[in-house]
Write a protein that binds this ligand. Sequence first.
Ligand SMILES: [Zn+2]
Length: 164
Amino acid sequence: MKKAYAEGILVIITQGLRTVAEQNALYEQGRTKPGKVVTNACGGYSYHNFGLAFDFCIYDIIGGKFIPNWQVDKRWIRVGAIGKSLGLEWGGDWTDFKDYPHFQYTFGLSLQKLRGGSKLPMVEGKEAQKYRLMTGTFANKQKAEQAAEKLKKTFGWIVYVKEA
Ligand SMILES: [Zn+2]
């Protein structure tokens, strides 16, 4: 966004993490529900479902108003190139289904592996063991596990419970 802005291109992030239920609803659009087909992926078959993808849009400021511009033009191609220079994979490069607003970073993990519960390398890697995030102490293990579950559900964090 910063690099594009420096070139006078205004970018907004329109979506990041998408739950499996949200993905399924989006999949029905243009199929069993009105609208244009915007995805070929149903729930669990998109990197969005694992927080590894985001969509963007170019916008213009016209008369002081933010106007999204979904028409793919040379600015979209430029933002795709900027994202790729940062190591992201761009949906505009796909041949079967061009997805210009889409970027993803997969850590080399297939969707099949992610569906099977594979963790991201930065969670399992050596670096992850260097620092510990302390969240507090609890009167019993059950309460601690409930808090860990809540953090997992709310933020997607993996929290380990250890006897103090
Ligand atoms: Zn996307």
